[in-house]
Design a protein around this ligand. Structure first.
Ligand code: PXP
Length: 246
């Protein structure tokens, strides 16, 4: 049994389907294969612009997923209403801009405390776990605790995009320190964004990180190797390096 968990984001299967606005490939089928390959949760992001995941996907995934459904979402009134209706196991609150290619930057929890705290309370009351997607920054970590979230997801995008060893190490160290601090104040920690087969292993070694959420690299690798093999290969990397995460 591996301890470090893997959540696979199936948004990009839907991106491919939406290229033809048809029924294939179906993220619901992809989720089943990811689960059979051994992942621990399925992640999907119902964006306000519905560029990939559609409402139907979320409702069907809720019925078919056997592991855990982690719904990424922005705090728009419409999406909050859908989340409360679907009741995923967990919501991960993310910032969302229409013009972005993917989620850029973490949530500004300290700058939007009242709104976030209010919504965290609503989800918890409905029996839905809450994770806040934030930069590895002390102020945002403290604000996440104050907002009542059980989990944070540390944004690994800057680490993934860092050019050169020095910068990469600097960004990795921020994630390491942020994890340590978050755990010390009672938060549980996940991490994700931009992680792939070459850069995930140093993150696996960070003590305190419970789950990696990975989408693009796994779905991309699946084009060449098949989805089951792509998920298994990532799990294999995680299993090797997590040994140092205890
Ligand atoms: N975690 C969060 C909160 C995200 O928004 C995303 C992108 O949808 C991911 C993880 C996965 O990122 P990637 O597709 O780059 O692996």
């Amino acid at each position: 049994m591996h301890i470090l968990k893997l959540g696979v984001n199936v948004d990009h299967v839907a991106t491919l389907r939406q290229a033809r606005r048809g029924m294939f490939p179906d993220p619901v089928d992809a989720a089943a294969i990811c689960e059979l390959a051994g992942c621990d949760s399925i992640v999907c992001h119902l964006r306000e612009d519905r560029r990939h995941i559609q409402d139907r996907d979320l409702y069907v995934l809720r019925k078919t997923i056997k592991t855990k459904l982690n719904m990424e979402m922005a705090l728009s009134e419409e999406i909050v209403g859908i989340a409360l209706d679907v009741k995923p196991d967990q919501v991960t609150l993310v910032p969302e801009k229409r013009e972005e290619l993917t989620t850029e930057g973490g949530l500004d929890v300290s700058g939007n405390m009242d709104r976030i705290k209010d919504n965290v309370g609503k989800f918890i009351k409905a029996g839905i776990g809450v994770s806040l997607f934030i930069e590895p920054d002390e102020k945002q970590i403290e604000a996440s605790k104050e907002a009542g979230a059980e989990y944070i997801e540390l944004h690994t995008g800057r680490y993934a995009d860092a050019v050169g060893e020095k910068d990469r190490y600097k960004e990795l160290n921020k994630i390491y320190k942020a994890t340590k601090y978050a755990v010390s104040i009672g938060l549980r920690v996940n991490a994700g964004h931009g992680l792939n087969y070459k850069n995930a292993h140093p993150i696996c070694k960070i003590k305190g990180i419970e789950e990696l959420n990975i989408g693009y690299s796994i779905i991309g690798m699946a084009v060449f190797k098949g989805l089951e093999a792509a998920v298994r290969e990532m799990l294999w990397i995680m299993k090797i390096y997590e040994k140092e995460n205890h």
